[in-house]
Ligand binder design. Structure first.
Ligand SMILES: C[S@@+](CC[C@H](N)C(=O)[O-])C[C@H]1O[C@@H](n2cnc3c(N)ncnc32)[C@H](O)[C@@H]1O
Length: 236
């Protein structure tokens, strides 16, 4: 479990924990320091699942959400951690009721529910995405993923992408970041699911620098162009 607050030096822990649970606003710096420490602790407990020693920075959060707006429709975020991308999505105009977070770490999930109570957080493995329909019949416009795909087996990556695209509209986009030199979804997984990946850009200011990929159905781009020609619209 993530400790919601650090105790005073050499003192008792309870008063600060209670203060955190009452959701008293914290200064941005205090809150971000707490999140960074909580993140590091989570990594120490489960390095393979967390796969980073600190939350992503603002530059990466802006990049991975850059094509999303309030008009995208429902959005699912996978592996939100402390919620850096979640806040960027809200800043882009995504409504709280249009956002669902899927987080496997009970520590992160509990902290997200406390800090962002208006957003639904599902504490579950993203591999089980096919078993839930958080938006009912409404197709999802985008999935934003902070999952450590490079530490997962291709079989797991396949089932996460399959579950995601099952929820998505035909032109839905899956956004994934990576510290690696290429798209972290194996080419055979993309081929098998009829998907393709394009690089959106690179956040050099992130530590370490990271790239963002947009993954979509192979025919989605031609379909979107045909739709735009038939009925021009503003794309996110
Ligand atoms: C690299 S951290 C990214 C956190 C956050 N998005 C960020 O960029 O700061 C990976 C996150 O994915 C979560 N995670 C890892 N495997 C998962 C899985 N199979 N299902 C859901 N969440 C998972 C971890 O608990 C962690 O919150």
């Amino acid at each position: 479990m993530l400790k919601p607050a650090m105790g005073p030096p050499g003192g008792r822990q309870t008063p600060l924990c209670r203060r955190d649970r009452s959701l008293r606003p914290l200064s941005a710096e205090h809150s971000s320091l707490k999140e960074t420490i909580g993140f590091l602790r989570a990594w120490l407990r489960d390095p393979l699942r967390v796969a980073a020693i600190a939350p992503s920075g603002q530059a990466l959060a802006r990049l991975i959400t850059s094509e999303i707006s309030g008009g995208t429709g429902p959005v699912i975020e996978l592996g939100p951690g402390t919620g850096v991308f979640t806040r960027a999505l809200l800043a882009r105009g995504v409504k709280t009721e249009d956002l669902v977070l899927v987080e496997a770490g009970a520590d992160f999930a509990e902290a997200l529910r406390l800090r962002l109570p208006a957003i639904r957080t599902l504490c579950m493995d993203a591999e089980r995405l096919r078993t839930v329909t958080p938006f009912g019949e409404r197709p999802v416009g985008a999935v934003v993923s902070g999952l450590p795909l490079l530490s997962m087996a291709p079989r797991q990556v396949l089932s996460i992408l399959k579950g995601s695209f099952r929820q998505m509209a035909p032109e839905g986009m899956f956004y994934q970041f990576t510290y690696g030199p290429r798209c972290p979804v194996p080419p055979e997984v993309l081929r098998r699911l009829g998907l393709e990946a394009q690089r959106v850009g690179r956040a050099r200011a992130n530590l370490p620098p990271a790239s963002v990929y947009r993954i979509h159905r192979t025919d989605a781009v031609e379909q979107a162009a045909a739709d735009d020609a038939a009925c021009p619209r503003r794309r996110a």
